[in-house]
Design a protein around this ligand. Sequence first.
Ligand code: SF4
Length: 378
Amino acid sequence: MQGRPGGRAEKDVAGTTISVEGVSEVDRVLLASPRGFCAGVEKAVKALAWMVRVFDAPVYCYHEIVHNRIVVDHFREQGVVFVDDVSEVPPGAPLMLSAHGSAPEVVAAARANGGVVIDAVCPLVTKVHHELKVRTNKGYTVLYIGHAGHEEAVGTMAVAPESVRLIEHESDLDALAKEDIGGEGAPVALLAQTTLSHDEWRGLMESARERYPDLWMPNRSDLCFATTNRQASLKAMADEAGTIVVIGSANSSNTIALEKVALASGCPRVLRINEASELPGDLTGTVGVTAGASAPEALVEAVIAELAPRLGVTEVMVTTEDEYFPPPPELRELLRSVGATLGFMAGLAGSRSDSARSDPVTDDRGVSAADVLDMLAS
Ligand code: SF4
């Protein structure tokens, strides 16, 4: 792809408007906040980084640790082998299970393989697994709004395949016969994949509620805080942007949800890119930039540098996020058993926060996943 004209953009996250050098046809960048890595991705990336530090290569990972090609390639360079079937993992080899959550039989097969298993599932996905189990045990048929074949949907539905029905489109609701939902008057519940677009979820939820007036739903939808916040920050800037650039991979559900939200906002031009080199050379005016929950901030910085907005960058912040998920319990146990004297994240954490300095194994919030990726690359 053709590169953009212009010079260098300087981004100062603390401020709202940032000066730039160079000549560009892009006037201004509106930068959505929150964007990029969420707490679940932070947890998973840092956990896999620990694994490659503790074990000799290869370390195995069931499914992509998070849906971002650049992050996955980064770990491949560190000797991580990504597999889609636990049978591909040699007996006794260390294995990580991805952030999207795994089917119970996959977790069982992983544990039966004889090696160390660390499950990096996001706690918010685990919550949906739990809700499905509870509703099934209470005799409900569960309508699950999600995307066929997506790893999170596959893993969740496998928790109770006999009682769950996948709803991807309105036609899936139309096609449900009485016997599919346990007969007339039987209890029906509604759950969802965590990373859907709000509009997509709301439309299907309202249709389901019309059909089943006694439908049970959690008090809050299963769409996670990171999904909700990233869509809200994109919406907040959409009216002003002539183009919106969504950074993230095509197999990232929350990235695709952002793309849908941007298109629904009426923005004249929406681009989803993996990295700055994919930017077209004809962008002008005001460009909105955001990133899916599995896209590292370094990609955002590279995109801004490439756009080199003449009048700088304005951050559009709708909320701040302070959610934090500690390392998986099996990992904490493992690090304690090996002494955690690797000086790896511990060293970084010591310079970043008091809480991390006290015990970086239990509480590693003083270190970001971006720092860890940089450190592995160095
Ligand atoms: S997008 Fe939401 S559910 Fe997925 S890993 Fe991030 S916080 Fe967890």
